[in-house]
Write a protein that binds this ligand. Structure first.
Ligand code: PLP
Length: 441
């Protein structure tokens, strides 16, 4: 017997009670969850169930790059819904073709084909599959400081705690990527960190056996792991090493792509070309789930005459494609990527750096565009991470003052939608300043 549906009717108007009764949430023990009800949003603002208007410094899962309820994206989804809501991946469909061409044109020369997925994890899953089939090799090398998604191979490629209870895929090896603030290589400058991290990677490749390695998979900016901006020459060095050993390079642009760093792709700020790019989140700001893999021509052509053994019922779902087309067009027309760049350079960068001068518990401020981390420490000399209770207090103090803050371990991630104005960014930083003071930082 199922449960009594009349109980649902009684609490039909109560989002909170329904949630607690029936929704099983991601990444949490369920008992003590206390989710906030959100009713609607516009731009960088969310309206809570209690009527409060909140300034969102998170973009949710760092995906709502174009902000909430963008009218052109809503219109694009509506138009597509009226025309065709569902069509299988084997057919040609105008929305899918246009979405593919709009995404591919943001990639480097020679990336013409897009395989659509439902999200970022399955984008990485298929990127790794393509690399393994292309090379005939098995292993994927990735960073300890990364997140690549919550499916079989993607979670095994992930470096953080989420891999450990889920680590059933074979052929994954981890290594350390540059992070000068907590250098694994005793480096004191970015140049040293870069050089030593590259030497470390080459040693790992040599010890693993180069002819067993299909690909090195790296986020162009490790996001969840701490918004750690790689040194200028790091990817160029990785490219040289991977070429030397016939290993492919997969760049994960799922979080960093589509304006987040003030560039269409974060890799645009570096001097290298990978073999495969994975994307999701910002491609349509999560209005309808979508992700994908952009393949360089040699990788795509490998499957001209042999079957690519991967597919999804919803690969290139028309509503998701309509949302991609509208998002890409609106981002271009409204210069949203340029806005993210300028906000980073002129507002968030200088203002967050000023907070460092004022609050002794800030260990480091780093980032670009609308992608910033404020790393909190108990002591600047020892760099001991600030305790969880104080981190929670900072979030609560921000919340009281109308600001939604994202916290990962001892870091505050400042990642507002790319459409944020200078005034809104300043307002948010002012509240963060007050929250830090109130929490004794
Ligand atoms: N790759 C990166 C860099 C991410 O940040 C994420 C999600 O946060 C993923 C992949 C997984 O994407 P999704 O949650 O859409 O599967």
């Amino acid at each position: 017997m199922g449960h009594d549906l009349s109980q649902d009717a009684e609490i039909w108007d109560d989002a909170y009670k329904l949630d607690r009764a029936h929704v099983f949430h991601s990444w949490h023990a369920q008992r003590n969850l206390d989710p906030t009800e959100v009713v609607t949003g516009h731009g960088v603002w969310l309206k809570y169930g209690d009527g409060r208007e909140m300034l969102d410094f998170t973009s949710q899962q760092v995906n709502v790059n174009i902000g909430y309820q963008h009218p052109k994206v809503i219109e694009g989804i509506k138009k597509q819904a009226e025309l065709l809501c569902a069509i299988g991946p084997d057919y040609a469909n105008l929305a899918r073709g246009r979405a593919a061409s709009l995404v591919a044109r943001r990639a480097p020369e020679g990336f013409d084909k897009v395989f659509f997925t439902n999200a970022g994890a399955d984008a990485n899953e298929n990127a790794m599959r393509a690399a393994r089939l292309f090379t005939g090799r098995d292993k994927i090398l990735s960073s300890y400081r990364c997140y690549h998604g919550n499916t079989g191979a993607a979670i095994s490629a992930t470096g953080d705690w989420r891999r450990k209870p889920n680590d059933y895929s074979r052929g994954h090896v981890h290594f350390f990527t540059p992070y000068l603030y907590r250098s694994e290589f005793s480096a004191t400058t970015q140049e040293e960190e870069c050089e030593r991290a590259l030497a470390h990677l080459e040693h790992v490749i040599q010890f693993e056996g180069p002819d067993t390695i299909a690909a090195v998979l790296l986020e162009s900016v490790p996001g969840t792991a701490g918004i750690i901006i790689p040194p200028k020459d790091y990817f160029k060095g990785v490219r040289e090493i991977t070429k030397k050993y016939g290993i492919l390079m997969i760049t994960d642009e799922v979080m960093a792509g589509f304006g987040r760093t003030g560039f269409w792709f974060a890799l645009d700020d570096y001097d290298y070309t990978p073999d495969i790019i994975s994307f999701a989140k910002g491609c349509n700001s999560g209005y309808v789930p979508a992700g994908g893999v952009i393949m360089s021509d040699p990788v795509a052509h490998r499957f001209d005459d042999i079957v690519f053994p991967g597919g999804l019922t919803y690969s290139g779902h028309p509503l998701a494609m309509g949302a991609i087309v509208a998002t890409q067009e609106a981002m271009e027309e409204e210069h949203i990527v340029d806005n993210a760049y300028t906000i980073g350079k002129d507002v968030l960068g200088p203002q967050l750096t000023a907070l460092y001068d004022k609050h002794s518990k800030i260990g480091e401020v780093r980032g670009k565009g609308v992608f910033w981390a404020v790393e909190m420490v108990a002591d600047r000399t020892t760099k001991e991470p600030l305790d969880d209770a104080t981190m929670k207090q900072i979030v609560a103090e921000g919340n009281k003052r109308g600001l939604i803050l994202g916290v990962h371990n001892n870091r505050i991630h400042v990642t507002p939608p790319c459409v944020i104005s200078a005034d809104e960014a300043t307002q948010g930083v002012e509240i963060l300043d007050q929250a830090l003071t109130a929490a004794g930082c």
